[in-house]
Design a protein around this ligand. Structure first.
Ligand SMILES: *Cc1c(COP(=O)(O)O)cnc(C)c1O
Length: 460
């Protein structure tokens, strides 16, 4: 399949582009898939191959790859005012309008927004806000950040430190003061004979112990994805947030929801915190915020956090932070359009979140069907995000030998069949676009099932 002629797209990609988060042996064998354009949930490559993208790009292209309204909103704003910053007492009208809208659609009755170019930078910005707040409130030692193993919060030095994945060892991360609690994945982390309720209670006890050990006064926040995304689509155990939220509250530790994936409808609720019925003190947003049509992230502070930060900032008359493109007018115009398309409906079309809700029962039924397979240990998810975990032995939950690269093989076989899905550990992740139709969903599951059967035949 790889075109090895010296001027092929594959060879040119290898020659001058450095790959991130890419399995290099797969690329060496198969070649990079070089894409040119998309239609709905499909993407096309330089060889004219067509793929159904079961991951909506990287969780974010929820309105598909050729949404006219989104592209027109960007074009109109490029024509009107193609770029500006938000420093020195200036900001674009689009930025003002987006912040109003974000607070309006957020779970907060009031609050304030700060913009970045990515989810990683939004988490970095949050941590700087917390550190600034510690200093301003006479608690400079209040700097530690609690997150969970398998949590994904980004790749900058600080957000990678928040991320609870072992691959950051190669960078000498996490930095000191970033503490990773147990992943609340009952199926994998639950002990023999432990009920789900007991498991959740144990997660609460662990949090209490860590707070006691470290000292509540040294902890700046607890940051958690409502459903872990890049950690393998892991919904929390039953009652998890109802257990940790009161503990955090008792110790005065803010609870921050990293809603970069779960925000704007992915779970079927507007926000993941609503799907799991808890109220965070702040929300991190990116990805769906612009439906992937512009790089943008946001820190959304609820009432108490925004009041405290405002008071601290007033004290020194400035918050010395911001990116050149924070609150970029095109990004803000695109985000305003994305929110309209997803939450309100636009140009006569129903809100995309309605389609998420309509498709979820079918998605869940198909996942449950594939979970019957003797080598699928668990099917899990929420709304239109799901994962199937491959196992060698279903009864003992024993994984396949890592050297077999089972999930990579499944994903590569899917690619051969015209379906893009993502391997994550030993799981395969599905995160379809909100515009997907039922026939497209059938196509997705048929191709996936064929690939699963093929690969399990080869490896068992
Ligand atoms: C993707 C992601 C991030 C990082 O966003 P980038 O835009 O890639 O920097 C942070 N948190 C979560 C939950 C994410 O899924």
């Amino acid at each position: 399949m790889r075109d090895d002629s010296p001027n092929s797209w594959e060879a040119r990609a290898d020659a001058h582009s450095f790959y991130g988060f890419t399995d290099l042996p797969s690329i060496a064998e198969r070649g990079t898939v070089v894409l040119t354009h998309g239609e709905g949930p499909y993407v096309f490559d330089v060889h004219g191959r067509k793929f159904l993208d079961a991951n909506s790009g990287l969780w974010n292209m929820v309105a598909g790859f050729d949404h006219k309204g989104m592209a027109e909103a960007a074009k109109a704003q490029y024509d009107r005012f193609p770029g500006y910053h938000a420093f020195f007492g200036r900001m674009s009208d689009q930025t003002v309008m987006l912040s109003e809208k974000l607070i309006d659609v957020s779970p907060f009755e009031r609050g304030k927004v700060f913009y970045t170019n990515s989810g990683s930078e939004a988490n970095d910005t949050l941590v700087k806000m917390l550190w600034f707040l510690g200093g301003a409130e006479g608690k400079p030692e209040r700097r530690k950040i609690l997150t969970r193993k398998n949590g994904y919060h980004g790749v900058t030095a600080v957000s990678a430190s928040m991320t609870g994945k072992p691959y950051n060892d190669v960078f000498g991360l996490p930095l000191p003061g970033f503490i990773h609690l147990t992943c609340p994945h009952y199926w994998r982390e639950g002990r023999d004979g432990e009920s789900e309720a007991e498991f959740t209670a144990r997660m609460g006890s662990e949090l209490e112990e860590v707070i006691a050990r470290e000292g509540a006064d040294t902890i700046a926040a607890f940051v958690a994805e409502p459903v872990m995304g890049a950690g393998g689509v892991i919904p929390p155990s039953e009652g998890y947030f109802q257990t940790v939220a009161p503990i955090l509250k008792k110790h005065g530790i803010p609870l921050v929801a990293d809603e970069v994936i779960t925000g704007f409808g992915r779970t079927g609720s507007d926000w993941g915190c609503q799907a799991y019925d808890f109220m965070p003190d702040a929300i991190i947003s990116s990805k769906n915020l612009t439906a992937g049509y512009f790089p943008m992230g946001a820190v959304i502070l609820g009432p108490e956090m925004s009041d405290r930060l405002q008071a601290a900032v007033d004290e020194i008359e400035e918050f010395p932070h911001g990116f050149t493109a924070s609150g970029h007018p095109v990004g803000c115009a695109v985000a305003l359009k994305a929110i309209e398309v997803i939450m309100d409906g636009s140009d006569g079309a129903a809100p995309l979140i309605d389609n998420v809700r309509a498709l979820t029962p079918k998605f869940e039924a198909e996942m449950a069907r594939l979970a019957q397979h003797p080598h699928i240990g668990e099917a899990r998810g929420k709304g239109l995000m799901g994962a199937l975990e491959a196992v060698k032995d279903k009864a003992t939950k024993t994984p396949f030998d890592g050297s077999l690269s089972v999930s990579e093989r499944i994903a590569n076989t899917c690619t051969d069949h015209g379906l893009i899905c993502r391997p994550l550990g030993q799981a395969v992740v599905l995160c379809p676009a909100f515009i997907m139709t039922e026939p497209q969903m059938d196509e997705m599951f048929q191709k996936l099932e064929a690939a699963l059967n093929r690969v399990f035949e080869d490896v068992v």
